[in-house]
Write a protein of this length. Structure first.
Lengths: 357, 138
């Protein structure tokens, strides 16, 4: 648990303050700021990757950063940094008819919801800010916190596009939470613990000790979870809430500048969270795929992040492969396909565990 | 335990600061040239027609209600899943009964077409709705 470790270390290195609760605060603030940097860098890298991946999939070159008098680095690598600078220097506009208080509140709610989910992600054996005994349940609970922000944004903008976008995304996210939750239940049936680290330790060993390969039912659970994760992050083919060609920008139509960028930041932070949970619950977390090799703490961070990035790449791949679903198809897939399959999957895992393990 | 949730509380407060500080920086460095049109509601360049705080589809409420039922179910499943391996067959049968009841509920909602986003038929239409002739689902 990194807060405790850091607290002990601070106690030793700053003796005149030892035992002070100020140090405990410091031990929480330092990792939290580091995580904020992780979220920011994650968004900057992923936006760039998204643009490049989509470009290569469509036989384009993507951002190259060579405008007149501008140069955004080789292969446009500084493009998203330039975008971030542009966003912070944009005029802040709150529409006259909007509900000012709620309008200002919405990005806070969304970002805090994403941020307190990220602090429970296990980046390594000791690299976890809040190592709770109910970790996975906690992440599942707070990741739906953002829905409140989406509805606030959609409602307070006093814009029809925003209202439709907000309502649609709320309906979509809460619907897809259920298959996601049910497929995580199968993981907990196997591991018998709700702690993220406990779940990862259960999967120690090699590739074939990972839960995704432990039984055919867990594999189905992983697929269901991944589909639900794509839907929960509002990405194509489930991007009805912000379908550009129908709803302009969905719930963030009226937002601009920094306020808008926090929606984006939390969207990519949410991608980190859902894929982090997928990696921890099904793909062995920070464990190396080869038993006994490359298993040091440093490699743990590498494995965790690279597994997340592989899943993110699959998400981008899906995005540029499948067309958008209609609202009714979206709800059908959740309630009529994923939910019954996930329910019977629990029976499957139960019987499998009673017979084989 | 207290420390875990204290960490979360402090992280949530820090999250608010992390949103607030960039907004403050923006306020300091961004230009501000106010004009009346700039603060209009965006409606694809047209003048905004009426207020957006209007009635919307009742379907969203139905979805929220069904969600509530199944979310509570998931919450019940989590503690059961933790002790499942220790209790074995007994726990499995008990949760099986619980799940079957819920599956019957899902089937009921399904048959009543409350899972369809677009209702093309009203099988339990009553009163003045009985006479409404709706096309069958293709």
């Amino acid at each position: 648990m990194s807060v405790d470790l850091l607290y002990d270390w601070l106690n030793e290195s700053i003796p005149f303050l030892s035992g002070n609760s100020l140090l405990l605060l410091l031990a929480i603030v330092i990792p939290a700021i580091l995580l904020f940097l992780v979220i920011a860098v994650n968004a900057i890298v992923l936006v760039y990757a998204e643009r490049k991946v989509s470009a290569f999939m469509q036989d384009r070159v993507g951002p190259m950063g060579q405008g007149v008098g501008l140069h955004a680095g080789k292969w446009g690598m500084l493009q998203t940094v330039a975008d971030a600078l542009k966003l912070i220097s944009k005029e802040d506009i709150i529409p006259r008819l909007a509900d000012r208080k709620l309008f200002i509140m919405a990005p806070f709610v969304i970002f805090v919801g994403a941020f307190i989910a990220v602090i429970a992600l296990p980046f390594g054996e000791t690299l976890i800010v809040a190592d709770m005994n109910i970790g996975i349940f906690y992440i599942l609970a707070v990741s739906s916190f953002g829905v409140i922000g989406l509805i606030l944004a959609g409602w307070s903008s006093n814009n029809k596009w925003s209202l439709y976008g907000g309502m649609r995304s709320a309906a979509q996210i809460i619907s897809y939470e259920i298959p996601a939750g049910l497929s995580l239940v199968t993981v907990i049936m196997l591991t018998g613990t709700l702690s993220m680290q406990g779940i990862i330790q259960y999967q120690s060993g090699g590739l074939f000790d990972w839960i995704v390969f432990s039984s055919p039912f867990s594999f189905i659970a992983f697929i269901i979870y991944f589909i639900a994760a794509i839907a929960e992050t509002n990405r194509t083919p489930f991007d009805i809430p912000e379908a550009e060609s129908e709803l302009v920008g969905g719930f963030h139509t009226e937002y601009s500048g920094m306020r808008w960028s926090f929606f984006f930041l939390s969207e990519y932070a949410n991608m980190l969270v859902v894929n982090g949970v997928a990696v921890a619950a099904f793909l062995g977390g920070w464990q190396s795929p080869i038993p006994g090799y490359l298993n040091s703490p440093g490699w743990g961070v590498f494995w965790f992040i690279s597994k997340i990035l592989v899943l993110v790449f699959v998400m981008m791949w899906v995005r540029w492969t499948f067309p958008r679903l209609r609202v009714d198809q979206l709800m059908d897939i959740c309630w009529k396909y994923l939910l019954p399959i996930a329910l019977f999957n629990i029976f499957g895992v139960g019987i499998w565990t009673l017979i084989f393990g | 335990m207290y420390r875990d949730f204290g960490t979360i509380l402090i992280a949530a407060l820090l999250g608010i600061v992390m949103v607030g500080v960039p907004l403050l920086i923006q306020k300091l460095i961004a230009p501000s040239k106010k004009s009346f049109e700039k603060f209009d509601t965006y409606e694809c360049g047209e003048e905004a027609e009426g207020n957006a705080w209007l009635q919307f589809n009742i379907r969203f409420y139905v979805i929220a209600l069904i969600f509530l039922i199944f979310d509570v179910e998931v919450v019940f499943l989590f503690p059961w899943a933790v002790v499942f391996k220790e209790l074995g067959l007994l726990a499995f049968v008990e949760m099986g009964i619980f799940l079957v009841i819920l599956i019957v509920g899902l089937a009921y909602v399904w048959v009543k077409t409350d899972l369809d986003w677009v209702k093309l038929k009203v099988p339990y239409g009553s009163g003045r709705y009985r006479k409404i002739k709706l096309e069958e689902k293709a």
